[in-house]
Design a protein around this ligand. Structure first.
Ligand code: DON
Length: 582
């Protein structure tokens, strides 16, 4: 009989009966994040993992710059003050929504070099060569960040490149004082494998210490050259210098790769959740589709009455994640190389069919999970796997007109490939690792990916970056995003659900412990901080838990619907960030 009751009604009944909302529910009131309050500002705000980058953005806002000017200034500043993930040599996505209701998504994701081949990371016996797509020259994809920031500034900015690069140039030339956390980050062992990286970031072996000033004169010069001649890194003298620096180490990137690199403007993926409208990242990111597909499934439950982070709520959200990631692996890749059934993947009907496969009492087993038939074309055969890189950065901006920008940018791993572009002074990505190096084979870390994400010349590797803007009843309500590798989309979902239906303010939602499931491996990852009783209850439902320490920084903004104030949720997992407002 239970099966005949809709799962939505069923969940509500269970909550009301006390089964889901009763004895197993752990009151969240003991958790320290619940005492947190957001930073408030009236006119404009920038939230970033680095205080100097946030300040750079706000200084641009207060000079009359718009949200794009501030975002570009923050992006260039992050390339100076947060070299682990802020970058010139990586890529990213910028989601813009202006107060008149227009939106666009600027894709400056890296692209595979022309000489890349499907099997370039396999040895003669067909096995993946360890680390070959992760560290060093062959892991580098053609970078998109400078092209993307320049494009955004030219088309949507107001102040011009010279003014928005000024804070970054100053920070690079004058330097900035390192905190303990930042000094420790610069001691990354793999940086020492590359002479220019060791020279710049580790002072040739005399590692930077807390309180010392870190100056980057070569990077300052590169930024000045970009400001003076924005295309030079792709089609001019700097392009030649970059290719020369990379060729010596065996990189595949040529002058033609740089000249052919294009920023692509795409329509954001859009959907609804209750009275919210969610704008997020389309392919070549999987983030928006995962987020919308999970939210569609979850719309059928009364998560609010189940309680934020109750075992019951975690269970239902996890099952939605599991199903959305199954689809990620089979269907998603660069849309310019694949036909992606986006509309079907984020349709309410498909989500309802998925929802009907969720057992409200028990974890599903990924190995036996069957996709609802008749909604999607058969997936391409073969599936590959994915590891879990460790750095990226997200920043959120709102200006005085209510224009909003969400940017997520990355080198992939912390410090990317660890290769510095000689005297140009910036690090290059290892984004080639986001492709499926060998579709159909399991590796250590386990996110399934199919031939849609196989390596091909000029193709963009599938991302999970999820810059997101949410409206409530048509008004700007949230600007969201996070790093976290394969966990980015679920991190954004965690934050959004806590703030939208869990009753948390944006600061609490950002700081609250997170959970993640990605279909395979069939484990529920939980961040430390969830109560032991919650973990026990989840084990009791059949979950294998993968307990992890600190996850990465979500940097988000909420608009107070009553007062219009901007509320900054700057992630307290790192100590050097800031929600800067005015
Ligand atoms: O594009 C992606 O999805 C990955 N390259 C992001 C890597 C990442 O977030 C690592 N950070 N924590």
């Amino acid at each position: 009989m239970l099966k005949r009751i809709s799962t939505a009604v069923f969940a509500v009944l269970l909550a009301a009966s006390g089964f889901l909302g009763g004895a197993q529910t752990v009151p969240p009131s003991s958790a320290s994040y619940l005492s947190e309050q957001p930073v408030r500002a009236r006119h404009g705000m920038v939230v970033s993992i680095h205080h100097l980058a946030a300040d750079a953005g706000v200084s641009i806002l207060s000079q009359g710059g718009n949200a794009v000017d501030a975002a570009v200034a923050t992006g260039f500043a992050l390339a100076v003050v947060y070299p682990g993930a802020g970058n010139l040599g990586g890529g990213g996505f910028l989601l813009l929504r202006t107060h008149d209701g227009k939106s666009t998504f600027i894709d400056f994701r890296e692209a595979a070099p022309l000489a890349a081949t499907a099997n370039m990371y396999l040895d003669a016996t067909g096995n993946v060569i360890p680390d070959s797509s992760v560290i060093g020259y062959r892991s580098i994809a053609t970078p998109g960040s400078v092209a993307g920031l320049v494009y955004a500034e030219k088309k949507y900015g107001r102040l011009g490149l010279k003014r928005v690069t000024a804070p970054a140039i100053r920070l690079a030339r004058q330097g900035f004082v390192l905190t303990e956390e930042e000094a420790k980050l610069l001691s990354d062992r793999d940086l020492a494998r590359f002479p220019d990286s060791k020279r710049i970031f580790q002072r040739d072996g005399q590692l930077y210490k807390t309180g010392e000033t870190f100056r980057q004169p070569e990077l300052a010069r590169t930024l000045e050259r970009i400001a003076a001649k924005p295309d030079d890194l792709y089609r001019g003298a700097m392009a030649r210098e970059l290719v020369d620096a990379l060729k010596s180490g065996g990189s595949l990137i040529t002058l033609e790769d740089l000249a052919r690199y294009r920023v692509v403007e795409r329509a954001p993926v859009t959907g609804t959740f209750l009275n919210y409208t969610v704008l997020s990242a389309p392919p070549p990111s999987s983030g928006g589709i995962i987020l919308l597909s999970a939210l569609n499934m979850l719309e059928g439950y009364d998560l609010n009455s189940l309680g934020d982070r109750s075992p019951q709520s975690i269970h239902l959200v996890t099952e939605a994640f599991r199903r959305a990631y199954m689809d990620r692996g089979d269907y998603l890749g660069d849309p310019d190389f694949n036909t992606i059934p986006t509309a079907a993947l984020i349709s309410k009907q498909y989500a309802a069919a998925w929802r009907a496969t969720i057992d409200p009492y028990r974890a599903t087993t990924s190995a036996t999970l069957a996709r609802p038939p008749n909604f999607l074309p058969p997936p391409p055969a073969n599936a590959g796997q994915y590891r879990d890189p460790v750095n990226t950065t997200h920043y959120s901006v709102v200006d005085k007109d209510g224009d909003a920008v969400a940017v997520t940018t990355t080198l992939n791993d912390s410090f990317g490939s660890r290769v510095t572009a000689g005297h140009l002074g910036f690090l290059l990505n290892d984004e080639m690792d986001d492709f499926a190096a060998k579709p159909g084979t399991a590796n250590l870390y386990g996110l399934i990916q199919g031939p849609a994400n196989a390596i091909a010349p000029l193709k963009r590797p599938l991302s999970t970056m999820t810059p997101t803007i949410v409206l409530e009843d048509g008004q700007l309500r949230f600007v969201l995003g996070s790093p976290g590798g394969s966990r980015i989309a679920t991190t954004v979902a965690n934050i959004f659900l806590s703030a939208a239906v869990g009753g948390l303010n944006i600061q609490q939602a950002v700081d609250a412990p997170r959970f993640h499931h990605q279909f395979l491996p069939d484990k529920l990852s939980v961040e430390s901080g969830l109560p032991a009783a919650t973990l026990d209850a989840l084990r009791g439902m059949g979950y294998t838990l993968d307990q992890r320490d600190r996850w990465s920084n979500g940097e988000c903004i909420e608009v107070d619907p009553k007062t219009g104030e901007l509320l900054g949720g700057q992630d307290h997992r790192s100590l050097f960030g800031k929600a800067a407002g005015y």
